[in-house]
Write a new protein. Structure first.
Length: 147
């Protein structure tokens, strides 16, 4: 969050860093969506080694995105106050920059929701596969028992 010189960024630098972070997360969410699709395909094909690789890639990407999120919060607070939200940051921008940030932020929110949906879909598939394997390997003791 600091400028190259080690000093706190100016308001303009902080806004620029915030905008750059949003743009970087846009690309990161696209990459995350692609990885989640690959994970789903690997789960369908029961490709354990590939699932392990993808889990590592997803984890690394999500960690990077979390660092940027924390930086974004700090930058927003630096320019708009301790309780700042993105709407507070919008108000500080000129109309063209405000419009772009609002649009980019809405796109990020949409992409985040889609990644969450894809992650849940993948988890549900893998949990179901695990459950089926457990029944196959250990039997289903409740097949003939009344519920």
């Amino acid at each position: 969050m600091t400028a190259v010189s080690g000093v706190a960024p100016t308001r303009q630098e902080a806004l620029q860093q915030l905008l750059q972070g949003v743009a970087a997360d846009h690309h990161a969410y696209q990459a995350l969506q692609a990885l989640l699709e690959q994970q789903f395909t690997a789960a369908l094909r029961r490709q354990a080694p590939r699932l392990n690789e993808l889990a590592e890639e997803i984890s690394t990407l999500v960690d990077t995105m979390e660092v940027r999120r924390a930086e974004r919060v700090a930058l927003a607070q630096a320019v708009a106050g301790l309780d700042a939200r993105m709407a507070d940051v919008y108000a500080l921008l000129k109309p063209e920059a405000r419009s772009k940030l609002e649009s980019d932020w809405l796109a990020l929110e949409t992409m985040a929701k889609e990644c969450k949906r894809l992650g849940k879909r993948n988890t549900d598939l893998m949990v179901e596969q695990y459950s089926i394997m457990q029944r196959v390997l250990h039997g289903d003791h409740q097949i003939y028992e009344p519920v």
